[in-house]
Design a protein around this ligand. Structure first.
Ligand SMILES: Cc1cc2nc3c(=O)[nH]c(=O)nc-3n(C[C@H](O)[C@H](O)[C@H](O)COP(=O)(O)OP(=O)(O)OC[C@H]3O[C@@H](n4cnc5c(N)ncnc54)[C@H](O)[C@@H]3O)c2cc1C
Length: 436
């Protein structure tokens, strides 16, 4: 949370701003009042979530809104649909949904984000049959650019639904979202080191045959760490990782050792390939069954910068081979692994998965290293494969290039003209990616 007059910065420390004013409305009515005051005084206004976007999408130089309330507003047990206050953190959801025996259909790697922030940027997990979080939205309430309250559901203003489910914060301030949930389930997770080439060869098959398949590849090694999760009914019984093992895997190996190796890599880049090969040897097999959210979510304490591109699924193996060749050719020392995931096609206009089965390739750099050259050259490869950048992660595209990869881009802009003609919710990032 930012105090008025204090500097706000995002998690990755790549963006910061001193807002003119910070407001913390604690209800839908107070949120509307804050927008009306901003409209009247001609100041721009923007909601921030938990600041976990790497891009400048949440930067709010005018009035910054921190929505100060969260939780369940309504539950329809017959349809498994829940209405949630926009500022609710994802990590609050399992406890809120448990009494109803419900869960999110899929989740990404962490749960620190707000539901509005996560869906507004197209946050996704992995799984060839599962789309991103925004695709689960069936209704929203938002405050539009003139300060009025707008309901968008499958029957009220339904033509706006494909835009407002993933609105980049450009269409209004979301006050609540109705999400299609599923009956709670367990995940049986198998993590295993495997030869990178064989994983590339089998990627397309495994991403469709497994419920949730993903892998990490540490540059300078020949090993991929695969993660294969199978959905199971709750009655199957849990076999969770013991607390000590979890601490050793996630905190000690995943965070503490990794932080030390990244820091060493900044001072002594030639060490990186050797360190990555050491990590390769330390990465063992892991086999657990637990509540879905406990398997999806990891704790990330090592700060990094990230760019992630969504490609047509079939393009992933070739694109990865090109990235590997690029790293070799340039002689870079990259301490962070690449992460490779997938999702089903959806019908959300600005979703990275719009209209096509999708594979994701994410590249990272320790936050004290300059990511620009690495990201720009990888971006050129991704663009050649018709890639779409994650809206919440770093990239260099602008409205002209994005229009080429999103068939409904101009329809989204028309909705923006309708809901925010005065550009109350704009910032520099939105001006670049959507135009003035
Ligand atoms: C360590 C880490 C791990 C991550 N893992 C994943 C992952 O596994 N998968 C993935 O896809 N992404 C991942 N991300 C990216 C992250 O999910 C997105 O950037 C997400 O948007 C962050 O949510 P937030 O609540 O922090 O939103 P913010 O970054 O604060 O804001 C994002 C956008 O949402 C808008 N917004 C927020 N609240 C509202 C509201 N009430 N109304 C309208 N607009 C609003 C903001 O204005 C802004 O445009 C990760 C990020 C980090 C730092």
């Amino acid at each position: 949370m930012t105090a008025s007059g204090a500097r706000w910065q995002n998690w990755a420390r790549s963006e910061s701003v001193v807002p003119v004013r910070v407001e913390r409305p604690a209800s839908a009515a107070a949120t509307q009042r804050a927008v009306l005051v901003a409209v009247k005084s001609g100041v721009r206004i923007k909601a921030v979530g938990s600041g976990h976007s790497f891009s400048g999408i949440a930067v709010s130089p005018g009035v910054q809104l921190d929505l100060a309330w969260g939780g369940l507003i309504d539950v329809d047990e017959a349809t498994a649909r829940v209405t949630i206050a926009a500022g609710t953190r994802l990590h609050q959801l399992p406890a809120l949904l448990a009494p109803y025996g419900l869960a999110l259909e899929n989740m990404g790697d962490i749960d620190r984000q707000t539901i509005a922030g996560a869906t507004s940027t197209g946050t996704h997990g992995t799984g060839g049959a599962f789309a991103g979080l925004a695709a689960q939205i069936v209704a929203v309430t938002l405050i539009t650019g003139d300060g009025s309250v707008l309901r968008v559901t499958e029957t009220e203003n339904p033509e706006l639904l494909p835009a407002v489910r993933l609105g980049l914060g450009a269409l209004g301030i979301l006050v609540d979202l109705t999400i299609q949930c599923v009956p709670a389930y367990l995940l049986h997770a198998v993590d295993a080191p495997e030869p990178f080439e064989a994983v590339l060869d089998g990627y397309l098959e495994r991403t469709t045959s497994a419920d949730h398949f993903e892998f990490y590849w540490f540059p300078h090694t020949e090993t991929a760490l695969t993660k294969t999760n199978t959905r199971l009914p709750p009655r199957t019984g849990r076999d969770p990782l013991g607390r000590l093992n979890r601490w050793v895997d996630d905190e000690l190996l995943g965070n503490a050792v990794f932080r030390a190796t990244c820091a060493a890599g900044v001072v002594l880049p030639p060490l990186v390939p050797r360190v990555n090969r050491l990590v390769e040897r330390l990465t063992g097999r892991r086999d657990v069954t637990d509540h879905s959210h406990r398997v999806y979510v990891t704790n990330r304490t090592v700060r990094f910068h990230e760019m992630e591109y969504a490609l047509p699924l079939q393009a992933v193996p070739d694109a990865l081979r090109e990235v590997r060749a690029l790293i070799q050719k340039r002689g870079w020392r990259i301490s962070f692994p690449l992460e490779v995931r997938s999702s089903a096609a959806d019908d959300v206009w600005l979703s990275t998965g719009y209209g096509r089965d999708t594979g994701y390739i994410a590249v990272h750099r320790y936050f004290r290293e300059n990511p620009q050259k690495y990201f720009a050259d990888v971006e050129a490869i991704m663009r050649a494969h018709d890639g779409r950048p994650h809206w919440g992660k770093m990239h260099n595209l602008d409205a002209d290039t994005l229009r080429q990869v999103y068939p409904r881009f101009d329809d989204f802009l028309a909705v923006r003209d309708r809901l925010d003609p005065e550009r109350r919710f704009a910032n520099r990032y939105l001006e670049r990616v959507l135009g003035p």
